[in-house]
Write a protein that binds this ligand. Structure first.
Ligand SMILES: [Zn+2]
Length: 63
């Protein structure tokens, strides 16, 4: 099984920094975490909802 590779859609970069963001719900009661991957080449931000992704987000260095 081949591992999916995460590449930046803009610059095809493969190095990302990880940051945690929050999305507020409509009522502002609870906020859900979103994982933000920031391309280290062009600073494009890829948002991921929660942590369940086919991409392994856990081994990226946190900002
Ligand atoms: Zn990029």
């Amino acid at each position: 099984m081949t591992e999916p590779h995460l590449t930046c859609p803009l610059c095809q970069g493969i190095q990302f920094q990880r940051s945690i963001g929050r999305i507020n719900s409509k009522w502002g009661m609870n906020s859900r975490p979103v994982i933000l991957l920031i391309c280290m080449r062009c600073r494009h931000v890829l948002p991921f909802w929660d942590t369940n992704s086919i991409f392994d987000l856990s081994n990226l260095s946190e900002v």
